[in-house]
Design a protein. Sequence first.
Length: 309
Amino acid sequence: MEQHSVALQFPGQGSQHVGMGKELCAVSSAAAEVFARADQTLGFSLSHLCFEGPAEVLDDTAYAQPAILTTSVAALRALEERSWQPAFVAGHSLGEFSALVAAGALTFEDALLLVRERGLLMKRAGEHHPGGMAAVIGLEASEVEQICSPIREATGGYVGVANDNCPRQVVISGDEQALQMGMEAAQAAGAQRVVRLAVSIAGHSPLMAEVAAAFRWVLDKVTIRPPKVPFVPNATAEALTDPDQVREILGRQLTSPVHWTRSVQWVIRQGVTCFIEAGPGEVLTGLLRRIDRAVEGLTATQALAQPMA
């Protein structure tokens, strides 16, 4: 497979599972080294948590975020051992930090400490300013926004599109009252399914402004280098290579919607014909099939099993 036709995509929160990274470390010394560095940097055995659990700790956002990043970077290093070099990198929400490590814009250690702090801040937000999120299946993002807009105007509360994951799969986010009204209105408008997600925050919404401000303070202490590979952020859905723009995008990531469909479509228009999902699970590979079936989607495990051209 020609390297210039490949993009790497990195998953976000929700892809974690007990056992992730264990088989990868058994076949890749570079992947094992990533987990060893994570344990040393964090001061506790993240590798044991990823490999053995328990699940209830791994699912805690303060642990899930560094665990997903570490597993994703381990997959990246294993792919690099096989000389996979992407033309573009992108990540879904949290996955943007893994993508920036892949692009050489962030060191692994800096990204790890950033997402650890991000997870702690988000956990605190859920405890002090609870909100929620819900998946809406069967309606387009534009239709869902038309549902949410009058609810915001009528209640003064907030509900809006947080994630446009793929055609007819949207996530909404908001405060309790407005979110509940949005879920009911989406169901009445013909959504096939509306499912409340198991989170206690209104992610990717203006309700995360306080957390975003605290995170920007942490972010300002970190060096961000020019990406060596074009980085396609969720907020703009087109490539960035300027480190100041990258910092600005990361600073408003928690309040900005995830335009994943647009991001993937933009990368495809640049001539990419294969996406490799570097990280635990295959959520993004599944979304890719719903965005464009003509494009090949591989997990890291599948890519590592392929003979190189």
